[in-house]
Design a binder for this molecule. Structure first.
Ligand code: NAD
Length: 293
């Protein structure tokens, strides 16, 4: 059974959740935005507001589109408020226990036909699905960061995901004017399976003193024509998210080549998680980012 998705719930109003709310509301869908507290939901809404404004100032959207999109997003700190959603996308912290707990809280409030999706960057869709009351209506819908800019969305079926759920998810992504890449359910799927080991290797390069933060980033920008350096990108993704993905690859594929760099672990232990806390491989608290090593 396919579902015509008109109302989308989003659990987790951080970088990704707010981005998904942004593009869904701009595409004319109703959005219910949830997080652990009213403050977190309001932060997410403020991010959407700021990013929509930027799009207006660049002439990408009109003020009327901006206003209409904002009016479609409802802040909802309680999971009970997700009951009318056709699709709920969980975009909470990259931690399996956190996600499983969310499914336990959310599922009892969902319509039987509602689809539950996760934006996980790396965790097994099959295993997450098994922790819900609807493995056949569970799917991975993996947006890229920043959501309003990036064109690709990976779709990942779990072993039990039914055809109707898969087709509904594809139609939803098409409605958002994004391109679908279908990935099989293996650790980190396609993009992060390739990208994160490259970032982890850049951190090893720093750890071993082969280069400084700035020389490594410049080398990959100018020498490999990457739009941003790997350490800057790691800050952008969030170092906690990078570490979680490397741990999933390391454990899931049982291969030492995925061993997370100890320096990455140290930054996460320090709480230097990248741009979202204004400090990671760069310090963003001043006028210009300054390398922290
Ligand atoms: N950052 C990236 O580049 C990126 C890209 C693609 C996918 N993802 C994935 O998207 C997800 C979110 O990542 P992010 O970068 O937005 O993280 P983030 O830290 O910016 O946001 C996570 C949000 O989840 C919320 N949260 C935690 N527990 C919750 C709960 N029980 N109920 C509701 N909300 C809860 C937090 O309060 C926070 O606002 C992760 O699974 C991550 O792997 C991240």
């Amino acid at each position: 059974m396919t579902v015509d998705i008109r109302t989308v719930g989003i659990v987790g109003a951080g970088q990704m959740g707010s981005g998904i709310a942004h593009v869904a509301a701009l595409a004319g869908l109703n959005v219910v935005l949830n997080d652990v507290s009213e403050d977190r939901v309001n932060n997410g809404l403020a991010t959407v507001n700021g990013n929509l404004k930027r799009q207006v100032s660049k002439g990408f959207i009109t003020q009327a589109q901006n206003d209409e999109a904002l009016s479609r997003i409802k802040a909802e700190p309680n999971v009970e408020g997700l009951g009318a959603c056709d699709l709920v996308i969980e975009a909470a912290t990259e931690n399996e226990a956190v996600k499983v707990k969310i499914y336990g809280n959310v599922c009892p409030h969902l319509k039987p036909e509602a689809i539950l999706a996760t934006n996980t960057s790396s965790i097994s869709i099959t295993r997450l699905a098994a922790a819900t009351d609807r493995p056949e209506r569970f799917i991975g819908i993996h947006f890229m960061n920043p959501v309003p800019v990036m064109q690709l969305v990976e779709i990942i079926r779990g072993i039990a995901t039914d055809d109707g759920t898969f087709e509904s998810a594809k139609a939803f992504i098409t409605k958002l004017d994004r391109q679908v890449a279908v990935a099989e359910d293996f650790p980190a799927f396609i993009v992060n399976r390739i990208l994160l080991p490259m970032i982890n290797e850049a951190i090893y390069t720093l750890y071993e003193g082969v280069g400084t933060v700035e020389s490594i980033d410049m080398a990959m920008r100018l020498g490999a024509n990457h739009p941003m350096g790997p350490l800057q990108l790691a800050d952008f993704i969030g170092l906690d998210t990078c570490l979680s993905i490397m741990q999933v690859l390391h454990e899931g594929l049982a291969d030492s080549k995925y061993r997370p760099c100890p320096l990455l672990v140290k930054y996460v232990e320090a709480g230097w998680l990248g741009r979202k806390v204004k400090r990671g491989f760069y310090d963003y608290r001043g006028e210009k980012p300054v390398a922290t090593r």
